[in-house]
Design a protein around this ligand. Structure first.
Ligand code: VG1
Ligand code: CO
Length: 543
């Protein structure tokens, strides 16, 4: 029976960089999830007779939320739901499924790498027909609707079963429970040279380790790497998804994937290491004794794209988020293809990909992807690297070094200061904003400021404008410092400081990053007064 439930707005339902993310207990408030879902259904266009994909990263509250969404979808016009078995779909797999079945859109339940469990975080976002995150016009409409909501529609009925693959009906609505891995695995085999990768993985010498960090990528990595590509059993570690990610923090970086890093940096260790995040869209790439920064990884993938079957004909263009290093720009220039700079967040790549203006995209935050779907894609990046290694028959370290020798190196680091009081963070950004008009021309620690601004993006496709996307300071020598506040945190504010220096001298390509960037790090601190305002002596996380 369809029921209209009276409700009142919650004032904190504005989606951030990637959907609405809050503590689980916030979502557990009466009507909280329902309000947001109703606001979402009311904002995404005509839902009558449409097909909706639903799945999440398996964290605590995933299945509970899915049952609610299913019961609301049934009385909000949808004709068919496609749901991953047990409610699971990695973010890239959800994007793949939306596109493959030409669905109207999808609801992805995830807070990515944020810790999970009853005391952890939960998240929800809407992806549109192209498989990508809803653009700002829609996320803003969802927020506006959430602020005026007075009721929502829900079917009163028993929970559906998420355990068996197959078709069931809820009133007139068809529900298909699908294998969450199969469609995605098939897409990967269409893109990459699986026989070449299989030959590499089975040559008796090459060793790899993939850390799924107890999150969603485990089943995907096992199926693709171990089953289809013949990697030794045990290649995938921490491969069983758990509702609390085993108490961990599945963010694939040097801090949180320490176990993997240690193995790759031991005297005798695997040739290749990789990790993915909670929802499977991020990747970290390691070789024996080397960490590949995500910005370098993007540049290297682009430079080697023609070795991959799906990109053999070359790239239309490359896009990177503004704070991502300019390493990929050098490749675009050499290939004589356009380079696009977008604000942080994958939603800004969608239009460029749909218009076929770019083929490969990336962010410094361990995100890389291409036109095969409309989300960043962790395993795709891993397979891309494996395909390059299989063809070039060189080590990761040789490939990276040769890349720097050819294109120069962009030394790059990001310093995060987490859980700063919001007022302090705002004060810090405001202080920087006020300095903007006076910075150009000044000499700071020997670097002359070329420009200082607050980045705004003019989308070349739909002409929309996104303002206030981060303060950037560019120097005449190509160095950059960027400051922005995170839009995915759930506790206080997170300040991100991005620092980049350009090196073309072949004698200076192999220095330690933090040492090399020391003078710029000092400039960043003195401009933003980080230490004095936050009272912190060091960043929480350095990547
Ligand atoms: C962060 C990253 C951004 C990424 C976003 C979602 O956003 O910086 O590059 O797109 O997370 O990634 P923010 O606003 O906290 O800097 V994920 O893997 O959480 O879906
Ligand atoms: Co993620």
């Amino acid at each position: 029976m369809s029921t209209t439930i009276t409700s009142q707005p919650f004032n904190d339902q504005r989606p951030g960089t990637s959907g609405l993310r809050k503590r689980v207990r916030v979502f557990q408030q009466k009507h909280y999830l329902e309000n947001f879902v109703q606001a979402m259904f009311d904002s995404v266009g005509d839902t009558q007779e449409q097909t909706l994909v639903i799945g999440g990263d398996g964290r605590f509250y995933n299945q509970t939320a899915i049952q609610t969404i299913v019961k609301m979808a049934a009385v909000n016009g949808f004709k068919r739901l496609i749901i991953g078995q047990h409610g699971l779909l990695s973010t890239p797999a959800a994007s793949c499924v939306i596109r493959k079945y030409q669905a109207f859109g999808g609801v992805i339940l995830s807070a990515s790498h944020n810790p999970a469990g009853q005391e952890g975080d939960f998240g929800i976002k809407f992806n549109i027909r192209n498989g990508g995150p809803a653009p700002e016009s829609i996320t803003e409409a969802i927020y506006q609707n959430s602020q005026h909501i007075s009721s929502y529609q829900i079917l009163e009925c028993a929970d559906i079963s998420l355990t068996e693959i197959g078709t069931q009906f809820l009133q007139d609505m068809q529900i298909d429970i699908i294998d969450p891995v199969a469609d995605y695995a098939e897409l990967m085999s269409d893109i990459f040279d699986f026989p070449a990768i299989r030959a590499l993985l089975c040559n008796g010498r090459f060793q790899m380790r993939f850390d799924a960090m107890h999150a969603i990528t485990g089943p995907y990595a096992k199926e693709i790497l171990e089953k289809r590509l013949g990697a030794e059993a045990g290649t995938v570690i921490n491969g069983v998804p758990q509702a609390d990610f085993a108490g961990g923090h599945p963010d694939p970086n040097l801090t949180y994937a320490a176990e993997l890093v240690e193995e790759l940096f031991a005297d005798i260790g695997p040739d290749f290491g990789a990790a993915s995040d909670g929802d499977g869209d991020r990747n970290m790439i390691l070789g024996h004794g080397i960490f590949v920064t995500p910005s370098d990884s993007l540049a290297i993938l682009a430079a080697n794209a023609e070795l991959i079957p799906a990109y053999q004909k070359g790239l239309k263009g490359i896009a990177r988020s503004m704070p991502t290093s300019q390493a990929a720009d050098r490749v675009a220039q050499a290939l004589n293809i356009p380079m696009h700079e977008t604000p942080t967040g994958w939603k800004f790549f969608g239009n460029l990909l749909d218009a076929d203006m770019v083929t490969i995209c990336g962010e410094e935050s361990f995100g890389t992807g291409s036109n095969h779907i409309r989300e960043k894609d962790g395993l795709w990046a891993v397979l891309f690297w494996l395909n390059i290694l299989a063809i070039r028959q060189q080590s990761v370290s040789e490939i990276v070094r040769q890349h720097w020798q050819k294109y120069g190196r962009n030394y790059y680091t990001r310093h995060d200061y987490e859980e700063i009081p919001i007022e302090i963070a705002n004060q810090l950004m405001e202080g920087l904003q006020q300095q903007i008009p006076d910075l150009a021309g000044q000499s700071l620690n020997g670097h002359i400021v070329d420009y200082a601004d607050n980045f705004s993006y003019h989308d070349p496709v739909d002409k929309s404008i996104a303002e206030n996307q981060g303060i950037r300071i560019g120097f005449t020598d190509g160095c950059r410092i960027i400051f922005r506040l995170s839009g995915t945190g759930t506790q206080g504010a997170t300040l991100r400081v991005y620092i980049e220096a350009i090196e073309d001298n072949p004698d200076n390509l192999f220095e330690d990053t933090q040492t090399r960037l020391k003078d710029l790090i000092e400039i960043a601190d003195s401009l933003a007064k980080i230490k004095s305002l936050t009272g912190r002596n060091a960043p929480t996380v350095i990547t």
